[in-house]
Design a binder for this molecule. Structure first.
Ligand code: NAD
Ligand code: UGA
Length: 465
């Protein structure tokens, strides 16, 4: 099938960048990204590129090249579905907050709404692509809805999970380790649909990096990839505590094991805990699926990755309290960073939120600076936990637009995100602004301990004495 029009439902962190790159590499295909959220679409259409809804290095350049050439952002969902041969579903699949599977299973209501809308609107055959991360076997449910509520046209379902990481999304999309396409290669239509999607990626991805599998393998591979990545972070974080207790240095341990090519050196950075919208959600989903199938040992094994991550966040906050003479009541703690990692404005499940919550419980005052996160986002994040009344959060948690302001009168600096610019701050100036002894809790091990101790700081990293 010659593809002339693509529709992507969901203009989020995945839909926006992914479709921008597909449009850039396939100038003869019209790509429309649609969303229910009018504000978000307006932001994607903003003339000033620093007002795009997501911050991602390199994204603005691709948007300026493609937008209104063959990339469009719109709220006209029906219209875009109708004219497209391929429809990507790229909507959010958060953890359920109600009913059966609450706190564990993925909430598929947004995906189901998309399937029903596609079925209602489609008057010609369509290829429907799962771009969202979904539980294994979801394609069966989507196929069922499409077949039973559609207008008698043919729907082919493909799974094409996205592996981009925020902060490096544009590079990940431009030179992906692999593109995974799952489909029904036993039928003629299934094979044809897979070929159509392969063709789109072949515009820039080498053939050998495009992997085709059966649909269930593709769905499960996405959850598995995230589980393995998160497991490495929890593994090194668990050892960071052992290092602190024994005098071993976790960075030296990580280097020593990472040089073993069987282990590899990536994803071995100890931290205040992993965040982001997906690791926790996807592992909880995996745990839920295993439990539902009666595989309790499998479920328990993966659940431990989440428990260790929660413990690491808690341990970081507890160490601040213990080091500040067992009380932070009335003391000012300055947070450098709020996003869940550098080079993104995304704060979903950021460790900073949970560390702040623990310190606010102890009546600390927290001042936050983050280069890409604004005060509204920070207040929304803390209020969403529902731990205390919003006016209490307003009183104790403050946001500053200037990094040196947060240091003024602070008892401690806590580094929650590894933004590069933090390394180049005038640390002598910061020291002079602070209460003494001036503590630094470096949750990302980005600063130079020796230099800071020379200035006079009491410095503590993660996994290093
Ligand atoms: P997001 O919340 O940023 O964006 C989802 C968008 O879908 C929102 O703008 C929402 O308004 C829209 N939406 C929801 N229901 C809709 C409907 N019925 N019709 C039209 N629009 C609708 O989410 P995201 O971070 O882009 O993630 C999307 C999916 O991709 C998730 O399943 C996630 O697990 C997966 N994923 C995310 C990343 C990442 O880095 N964020 C990476 C790989 C995979
Ligand atoms: C992750 C995966 O890396 C992507 O492949 C996947 O597509 C995506 O989830 C998803 O499904 O959403 P992302 O969450 O954007 O991407 O970012 P990562 O680089 O994986 O970092 C996740 C968290 O782990 C961050 O908080 C990061 O600071 C932390 N981390 C990462 C560490 O603490 N140590 C490390 O060594 C690596």
């Amino acid at each position: 099938m010659k593809i002339k029009n693509i529709c992507c439902i969901g203009a989020g962190y995945v839909g926006g960048p992914t479709m921008a790159v597909i449009a850039q590499k396939n100038p003869d295909i019209m790509v429309t990204v649609v969303d229910l959220d009018e504000d978000r679409i307006n932001q994607w259409n903003e003339k000033e590129l620093d007002k795009l809804p997501i911050y991602e290095p390199g994204l603005a350049k691709v948007i300026s090249e493609t937008r209104n050439r063959n990339l469009f952002f719109s709220t006209q969902i029906d219209n875009s579905i109708e004219k497209s041969e391929i429809i990507f579903i790229s909507v959010n699949t958060p953890t359920k907050t109600y009913g059966d599977g609450k706190g564990m299973a993925a909430d598929l209501k947004y995906v189901e709404l998309c399937a029903r809308q596609i079925a209602r609107v489609a008057k010609t055959d369509k290829i429907v692509v799962e771009k969202s991360t979904l539980p294994v076997k979801t394609a069966e449910a989507i196929q069922d809805i499409l077949n039973n509520t559609g207008n008698g046209v043919n729907f082919e379902i493909l799974s094409n999970p996205e592996f981009l990481a925020e902060g490096t999304a544009m590079r990940d999309l431009a030179v992906p380790d692999r593109v995974l396409i799952g489909g029904n290669y036993k039928t003629k239509n299934g094979k044809k649909a897979m070929k159509s999607l392969v063709n789109i990626y072949e515009s820039w991805v080498p053939k050998k990096n495009i992997l085709t599998t059966n649909i269930w393998s593709s769905e499960l591979s996405k959850l598995t990839a995230n589980a393995f990545l998160a497991q490495r972070v929890s593994s090194i974080n668990s050892l960071s505590e052992l290092c602190e207790a024994t005098g071993a240095d976790v960075l030296e341990v990580a280097k020593a094991i990472g040089m073993d090519t069987r282990i590899g050196d990536k994803f071995l950075k100890p931290s205040v805990g992993f965040g982001g919208s997906c690791f926790q959600k996807d592992i909880l989903n995996l745990v839920y699926i295993a439990k539902s199938l009666g595989l309790n040992e499998v479920a328990e094994y993966w659940h431990q990755v989440i428990k260790m991550n929660n413990y690491q966040r808690f341990r970081f906050a507890k160490n601040i309290i213990r080091s500040l003479y067992n009380t932070v009541n009335g003391k000012k703690i300055a947070f450098l960073g709020w996003s869940f990692k550098k080079d993104t404005n995304d704060t979903r499940e950021s460790a900073a939120i949970y560390v702040a919550d623990a310190l606010l419980n102890e009546k600390a005052y927290i001042s936050v600076f983050d280069p890409k996160v604004n005060s509204k986002k920070i207040m929304d994040d803390i209020n969403s936990l529902g731990t205390r009344p919003e006016n209490q959060n307003m009183k104790y948690l403050k946001f500053e637009k200037e990094p040196y302001k947060i240091a003024d009168g602070a008892h401690a600096i806590a580094i929650l995100t590894e933004w590069d610019e933090f390394k180049n701050y005038d640390w002598k100036r910061i020291f002079n602004l602070m209460n003494k002894p001036a503590f630094i809790f470096d949750g990302r091990n980005i600063l130079d301990k020796i230099i800071l101790e020379k200035i006079g700081f009491v410095y503590q990293g993660v996994g290093r004495r």
